[in-house]
Design a protein around this ligand. Structure first.
Ligand SMILES: *Cc1c(COP(=O)(O)O)cnc(C)c1O
Length: 351
């Protein structure tokens, strides 16, 4: 038996650890930023309609029905859209396309932990630029770190902070880079601004979007990216031929076409987010202004015991630790009822 069958850099990896996904039970689940509301009924109708005879055929490799719906929503050409099996699939495709062994890619820290994992798989190296204490970035310092890099990731809104950089701030970063800049907009459906328009001005900007958060379809696995047509063409060579199944493509297109439904669930989540953000400072530190469907509560030493006590009482939040920063809890905005129960428990625990 050889010592390891794996490539050395794969053997050395610890691997990405997703948030807990307990099955069954009655936990209030506020740990992975899922939408508390069901997806659009139109998405479910489209999914059922696609679930018949048609499944014996391979799906459309380019997901034309979804591309067309994305193009309609964002006012871009369908040739600028690529569908993915969740936005994580698109992040994988982009990393495989641009980053090779020994290359450097950059992201701000703290941010989405998957970026590090994707680079480790490529046997590439991460260089990180720290957010300032107010969760903004110094564009010049960031560009200095990114000199010679092959790829830059920027989650906007960011996780775990929920904070967002304005399109002008992102443009200032884009203008200083000569490698592709992925603006990961998994939470943009909850924000007031987005960076899709930057793709026109900057040929190296790539926007990724998800159906998992805003559209309540995390279980479906669907996302899309928007970039210049020539970038999409190059990335198409890297993706699996049939990376999105027929059910996801049909349901996703219908969900995108039901923008009034998105507006309704979004408005509810934003109202609950405000209540949560207003209530927390009486129990601990204030939360940074969130443009996403979660808040970041930097509790420090109290984070872990609070996480454990909440879990014992049936409420799951995400405990996050980043070197050199206070530990914190990332709390998903659930329904009003779920957040009321969370606040009631916290009032008992913290006072
Ligand atoms: C949830 C999340 C994703 C992944 O979304 P999927 O579409 O479910 O793969 C990507 N980026 C960030 C920052 C996220 O939080």
């Amino acid at each position: 038996m050889p010592r390891s069958l794996f490539l050395p850099h794969i053997e050395a990896m610890s691997g990405y650890v997703p948030g807990e996904q307990p099955r069954g039970g009655t936990l209030i689940k506020l740990n992975t930023n899922e939408n508390p509301y069901p997806p659009s009924p139109r998405a479910l109708t489209a999914l059922v309609a696609a679930a018949g005879e048609g499944l014996k055929r391979y799906p459309d490799p380019l997901g034309t029905v979804l591309r067309t719906a994305v193009a309609r929503k964002h006012g871009v050409d369908p040739s600028m859209v690529l569908a993915g099996n969740g936005s994580d699939d698109l992040l994988t495709i982009v990393t495989r396309a641009f980053v090779g062994p020994g290359d450097v890619a950059v992201y701000p820290e703290p941010s989405y932990i998957l970026y590090q994992t994707l680079l480790e798989i490529q046997n590439a190296r991460a260089a990180v630029a720290s957010f300032r204490d107010d969760w903004t970035l110094d564009a010049d310092a960031f560009a200095t770190v990114a000199r010679g890099a092959r790829l830059v990731f920027l989650a906007n809104p960011n996780s775990p902070s929920g904070t967002t950089l304005s399109p002008a701030q992102v443009a200032a970063i884009a203008a200083r880079l000569d490698c592709p800049l992925v603006v990961d907009e998994a939470y943009a459906d909850f924000a007031e601004t987005d960076c899709v328009a930057l793709v026109r001005e900057y040929p190296h900007v790539i926007i990724t979007r998800s159906f998992s958060k805003g559209y309540g379809l995390a279980g479906l696995r669907l996302g899309y990216l928007i970039a210049r047509a020539e970038v999409v063409e190059g990335l198409t060579k890297v993706k699996d031929s049939y990376n999105c199944d027929a059910l996801a493509l049909a349901a996703g297109a219908a969900a995108l076409d039901d923008q009034p439904y998105l507006a309704t669930t979004r408005a509810r989540i934003l109202a609950t987010r405000r209540r949560l953000a207003d209530a927390l400072p009486a129990l601990g530190p204030a939360v940074p202004a969130s443009a996403a469907n979660f808040v970041w509560w930097p509790l420090g030493a109290a984070a872990e015991p609070t996480y454990r006590t909440l879990k014992d009482r049936g409420i799951l939040v995400r405990l996050m630790r980043y070197p050199g920063r206070p530990d914190g809890l990332r709390i998903t905005v659930g329904t009003d009822d779920e957040i009321d129960q969370l606040l009631a428990e916290l009032r008992q625990i913290m006072t």
